[in-house]
Design a protein around this ligand. Structure first.
Ligand SMILES: [Mn+2]
Length: 504
């Protein structure tokens, strides 16, 4: 509860600095040093030596020498072991990623739905919304993609600075003919990452580097979603900024350019086959974004900015969403809803796709507010929104998301471990009496087989990579991911849950 209040303060403080340039007393911000508000940091590196980038095998070998986050226990690895020796080694690939993003399909105006008055500003990587006197507003977008039946999509949850698990996953994909080096091999296949790449583990730089290598090697086939940690204010508090400075020195680490890359991570990705879509996002439901024009737009790939989020007005106009709540519950939820233009992922209020959660049991309230974090959607409100946003048969049939993790074992972490890393909410065999049951017991009650049925209206939470603060705290050592295969009918899409051991 408290940590989010602090986040808000940090974000407000930095935004205030960014807009007014008022100096702060150094003491008040000693741990949260604001970024240098100079745009020089966004200019490209001087041309560095033109040596080639490491192959996947070389990269993995270099990273395998790094101590596990579990062994470091919050300390930093020796600089001599770092696979990226200087910031320029990272920056080369970061620059490639920014160049790619500016010129990818995102820059094709015909691919956009809705208002794109500020598209040029969005693509202008010479500036950033968080800089002093910036002419660039914060903007975040959603993407829809339609793929043919039989397409395989690889989906992974939070990485949180855990390079060991990430590369173990990619090694499995190489060994099983999904990847050759950094390149996807199967026609049309794609990869989706559900956000939270940095913080909570000390290899955020290496994780971002690997993600960018994948994007560059597979144009338009890698979807990076924006997690709540892909926010400069969060990285100032939860480790990534400190990591970059420790590794490369405060003068060399260019946090502004790195933060700017986060803007190209979509807030939501609607993956479709025919007229059926699966919503992939880090957090959860965002009722103030109506996806209908995006889903029904012609063409395989479309983008849309989130724009203004009228969450309060939406609830007033759709009383049915809160019908199952008591008057007291209803007024409590309504008092927290706001109409706002996002100025960041969590400011002036949180974007639901990035921050919201889901209840675990089917008889929990349809919607409530978790102070300092976001809204928690229950079965009824979720189904209501999925049904409401249907148009001409185009509709969202399920949700893949991550985010709801804890570094001490709690009911959600118990369910994630019991479900082999991919948990379906609101199962009929679950109950209040089982909330704190041992994962071994829960495994006999909850779906945990390798192949799962993607039931219409289902919501799935993906576990976080195990060599992060979360794996150590909740005592699991396996990484998990899904191979999803589309089919003509949604009922025939298949979902295979895979595990690979990372920490033994
Ligand atoms: Mn998260």
């Amino acid at each position: 509860m408290m940590f989010r209040l602090i986040d808000r303060l940090v974000v407000s403080m930095v935004l205030m600095l960014a807009t007014t340039g008022c100096p702060q007393s150094p003491d008040s911000a000693s741990q949260l040093t604001p970024p240098p508000l100079a745009s020089e940091s966004l200019t490209s590196a001087d041309p560095v030596r033109e040596d080639r980038l490491p192959t996947f095998k070389e990269w993995k070998n270099q990273c395998d020498r790094l101590p596990l986050n579990r062994e470091l226990n919050g300390r930093y690895p020796p600089v001599s072991l770092l696979p990226l020796k200087s910031f320029q080694d990272f920056e080369k690939v970061l620059d490639n990623y920014l160049d790619y993003s500016r010129t990818s399909q995102l820059s094709n105006r015909e691919k956009w739905v809705g208002n794109i008055d500020k598209l040029n500003a969005f693509l202008n990587t010479k500036s950033a919304y968080f800089l002093k006197n910036s002419e660039i507003p914060f903007q975040t977008y959603t993407e829809k993609r339609t793929v043919p039946p039989g397409t395989e999509i690889l989906i992974h949850g939070d990485l949180h600075g855990d390079i060991r698990s990430f590369l173990t996953y990619l090694e499995w994909l190489n060994a099983n003919s999904f990847l050759d080096d950094f390149r996807l091999t199967k026609p049309g296949s794609m990869m989706v990452f559900l956000g939270d790449f940095v913080d909570r583990g000390v290899y955020g730089v290496e994780v971002l580097y690997t993600l960018f290598r994948l994007v560059i090697a597979n144009p338009e086939r890698i979807v990076l979603l924006r997690g709540n940690h892909e926010d400069f204010g969060m990285t100032m508090r939860y480790g990534f900024l400190e990591e970059g400075r420790r590794k490369y020195g405060k003068a060399n680490f260019k946090e502004i350019k790195t933060w700017r890359a986060f803007d190209f991570f979509a807030s939501a990705f609607y993956l479709g086959c025919g007229k059926d879509f699966l919503l992939c996002c880090h957090g959860g439901m965002e009722p103030a974004f109506d996806p209908r024009s995006l889903l029904a737009a012609s063409g395989e790939q479309r983008f849309q900015f989130l724009g203004t989020l009228n969450q309060k007005t939406f609830a007033d106009d759709h009383p049915e969403m809160l019908r199952t709540l008591s008057p007291q519950q209803r007024s409590s939820v309504k008092s927290e809803l706001r109409d706002f233009v996002p100025m960041g992922p969590s400011y002036p209020a949180s974007i639901g796709f990035i921050w919201n959660d889901f209840t675990l049991l089917k008889d929990e309230p349809a919607l409530y507010y978790n102070p300092g974090r976001g809204f928690v959607y229950g079965l009824y409100a979720t189904q209501y929104l999925l049904d409401l946003f249907e148009i001409d048969g185009f509709r969202t049939r399920g949700v893949f998301r991550a985010h709801q993790h804890s570094s001490v074992i709690n009911p959600m972490m118990r369910r994630l471990v019991a479900s082999k890393g991919v948990y379906r909410h609101w199962q009929s065999t679950d109950s209040v009496g089982l909330l704190n049951a041992d994962p071994v017991v829960l495994q006999t009650r909850l779906e945990s087989s390798e192949t799962r049925k993607l039931t219409p209206g289902s919501v799935w939470t993906f576990n976080v990579a195990p060599d992060s603060a979360y794996g150590a705290g909740s005592n699991f050592g396996f990484d998990s991911f899904v191979v999803l295969k589309t089919a003509e009918k949604f009922e025939e899409w298949t979902m295979t849950v895979r595990n690979v051991d990372v920490v033994h």
